[in-house]
Write a protein that binds this ligand. Sequence first.
Ligand code: NAP
Length: 285
Amino acid sequence: MTATIINGKEIAAKKRMEIAEEVSRIKKLGVTPGLAVILVGNNHASRTYVTNKEKACQELGMNSVLIEMPEGVSEEELLSKIEDLNLDDNIHGILVQLPIPKHIDEKKVIESISPNKDVDGFHPINIGRMMTGQNAFLPCTPYGIMVLLEETGISIAGKNVVVVGRSNIVGKPVGQLFLNQHATVTYCHSKTKDLKFHTNQADILIAAVGIPNFIKAEHVKDGAVVIDVGINRNEAGKLCGDVAFDEVCEKAGYITPVPKGVGPMTITMLMYNTLKSAAESLEHY
Ligand code: NAP
């Protein structure tokens, strides 16, 4: 079997067109969605991510505000900036690009963002709402994975889903979203015994580990859907995922490539969440 490639770039482009249409609709009602991004320090990768987020906002007709703060900024100053943005009616989404310097308490920063503007979906209130199936901002990468499957026409109810990785931003929430859609979910992590046994039960296998080519053909059941979240560099410096793509392609039914798989969906869902926040602010008037 050769797997069908799930083209994240194409699906993201389709979603972005839908978002742009909705943005122009709510602009006519007097609200332009606005995203504030706070960048602390001068981490090269963070700067690239932030630039891509600004570019996406511009392309979709949204406002974006970049707030740059020096590496040595105090926690108090950062929290005070977030408080200003919480109160600013032109800003519908706030995100602080992670990682932030060690002298600042990341949890405190995340919790200081108004849950109604937490478009990253990292605030414990949004996580709690997601767990209990209430209206919430869903974390962007997990949400993007669900949209990829929906757009590909892959059903979820009753499926065995195995998530390798349990980070707060990818592994844990993506498992929860599958559970919300009636899958049977197993989490695997660095202490899991006999990983291969578990991954071979998966109708849908999510790899969110951060190790190049970690998931091999021997980990995959014939015909499984394999979603590769990893963004890594191999020894040659080339971008690669957590899945050994060529060999897994021969066994899986569907697979996401790296790049052009899950990656493009993350910023797309951030844009969607910012639009959602702006639309909900309209409803409050
Ligand atoms: P993370 O916080 O480093 O978590 C990695 C997870 O993998 C941990 O839960 C860890 O288990 C588990 N793990 C490590 N070694 C393992 C092993 N030998 N067997 C089984 N599990 C193992 O990483 P993350 O933030 O979730 O990111 C994962 C990957 O996704 C990275 O490559 C990252 O760059 C990428 N990513 C991509 C996007 C995107 O937009 N496409 C977004 C976010 C992240 P323990 O908990 O036991 O340590």
